[in-house]
Write a protein that binds this ligand. Structure first.
Ligand SMILES: Cc1cc2nc3c(=O)[nH]c(=O)nc-3n(C[C@H](O)[C@H](O)[C@H](O)COP(=O)(O)OP(=O)(O)OC[C@H]3O[C@@H](n4cnc5c(N)ncnc54)[C@H](O)[C@@H]3O)c2cc1C
Length: 452
């Protein structure tokens, strides 16, 4: 049977664009549908605008610290609408780049909501497109729990477009997005509280990292409330909000920001017209080559609920394009040793196992740790401390995990991730000559294991 396309991709986000461009580059006839914004979550309401706001938030510290180096520039003032307008302009520029990337690689872009009609047909605004393969790359969507007053809360989707910086913000959640936005709001000068139902935020990160960040955020003035949750939100006569927590305490605020998880975006996608199966948690079930239970339909990225990060969606998109249209270059995505960063202030960078994971996997571990005040801060009032930690297998000397909390942690750990991928031992770290004076050199000068 002749199809209109060899591959039809639903969703022009991180994974979808990558799969479409590569497939077209390999000679396939490719169509892509996008209902909202080119570049998807990462470009529009995720990684990119988030990082721009984090840069913006850090300036409050930069202005303070500059005084220690002899600078005085009067009382700095901050204008949220200027930052948001400049951010929006940059995102529009990126949207244009994504459009050109698709069109110049020969992909047919169809703007509108796509619905799957049958295993080989996608319908967009009344028009049907047939394809040998359909790739679902529709991403995720923020989820707010069903509490009274939830309509008064915002999520990351809205936070990027707030008209004004709230004077007081309550951040709810304990994942990386919650921690990052607490740092953003606090850095911009909002009085910031963060509430999380567990005993400590960033579950799954190394315990030392979690505790270190807790202490640093507290020093910066964020009011952290653990082991509690919001029971209800009420709008007050003056337009402000009252959040009542489950422990009975009340927080008067101007904005309640929820980052309590993301669900797969399957709204009106038409999966009921196919044999595609969902996992118990609602994400699309795929095999290790991203095939769903419907032979002609594949799925990648956040919608499969594996590792919801842009570089992982990109790798999955590339793997699908190669397997289908350039099988001789196909390699499975390697999910081991994925480095990640949390762009809180200070940043976290991490790759490999946490101490808890290494022990649970049966490793006898040696831990190396350093806590210090970065050189850049020595002329300033800032008491911020950096944490660096190595987890080493005592038997093989292999470095199992590297963790950092401090300025540019993501930049530093990205390089170290290559060493871990190459199987570096602690001896290799020790034999590497440092770059002096940097914070990063600490990773190659850690000599004495800490008592455990
Ligand atoms: C606040 C925030 C911060 C983040 N920060 C980082 C970070 O620092 N680093 C990092 O690696 N990751 C980060 N992420 C995660 C990252 O954005 C996602 O992992 C990534 O975007 C997933 O790519 P995807 O292709 O699966 O989906 P998406 O990028 O979400 O793209 C899906 C696209 O599909 C479209 N779509 C959905 N349904 C349909 C339909 N029926 N028809 C047509 N189009 C449809 C959507 O409009 C969207 O454009 C962040 C996420 C958030 C929310």
């Amino acid at each position: 049977m002749a199809f209109d396309f060899d591959l039809f991709v639903i969703g022009a986000g991180s994974g979808g664009v990558r799969a479409a461009r590569f497939a077209a580059g390999f000679g396939a006839r490719v169509g892509v549908a996008e209902s909202r914004y080119l570049g998807g979550t990462c470009v529009n309401v995720g990684c990119v605008p988030k990082k721009l706001l984090v840069y913006g938030a850090h300036y409050s510290e930069d202005f303070e610290q500059a005084q220690g180096f002899g600078w005085s520039a009067g009382q700095p003032t901050f204008d949220w609408p200027t930052l948001i307008a400049n951010k929006n302009r940059e995102i529009e520029r990126l949207n244009g780049i994504y459009r050109n990337l698709l069109v110049n690689s020969g992909v047919t872009l169809v703007e509108g909501h796509a619905r799957i009609k049958d295993p080989h047909t996608v319908e967009i605004e009344g028009k049907a497109y047939s394809a040998a393969h359909i790739l679902v790359a529709t991403g995720g969507w923020p989820q707010v729990p069903d509490i009274p007053g939830k309509e008064h809360a915002i999520t990351s989707n809205e936070a990027f477009f707030l008209k004004a910086l709230p004077r007081r913000v309550l951040v709810v959640g304990g994942g990386y997005i919650a921690v990052e936005f607490a740092s953003i709001f606090n850095g911009m000068g909002a009085q910031t509280t963060q509430a999380y139902r567990g005993p400590l935020f960033l579950r799954g990160f190394d315990q030392a990292v979690r505790e270190h960040l807790r202490d640093e955020l507290t020093k910066k003035g964020i009011d952290l409330r653990f082991n509690t949750d919001v029971a209800r939100i009420d709008k007050q006569a003056d337009g402000s909000l009252k959040a009542t927590l489950k422990d009975g305490s009340v927080i008067d605020t101007d904005c309640v920001f929820y980052a309590t998880g993301r669900r797969p975006m399957l709204d009106n996608l038409g999966l009921e017209n196919t044999a595609v199966k969902l996992r118990q948690d609602g994400f699309i079930e795929v095999d290790d080559e991203y095939r769903t239970a419907e032979p002609s339909i594949l799925a990648i990225g956040d919608v499969i609920g594996r590792v919801p990060l842009t570089p992982v969606a990109l790798a999955e998109g590339m793997a699908v394009a190669r397997r289908l249209f350039r099988p001789e270059e196909y390699r499975k995505v390697d999910y081991q040793l994925i480095p990640t960063a949390v762009f809180s202030l200070p940043n976290i960078g991490t790759v490999g196992m946490t101490t808890e994971e290494a022990r649970a996997a049966g490793h006898e571990v040696k831990l190396f740790e350093s806590r210090f005040r970065p050189m850049k801060l020595t002329l300033t009032e800032s008491q911020e401390k950096t944490l660096m930690k190595l987890i080493v297998d005592a038997k093989t000397d292999r470095v199992l995990g590297v963790h950092m909390v401090g300025p540019d942690a993501g930049e530093i750990v990205q390089g170290i991730a290559i060493a871990l991928k190459a199987g570096a031992t602690k001896q290799v770290f020790d034999e590497t000559i440092g770059i002096h004076p940097t914070a990063a050199e600490e990773f190659v000068t850690l000599r004495t294991p800490v008592a455990q």
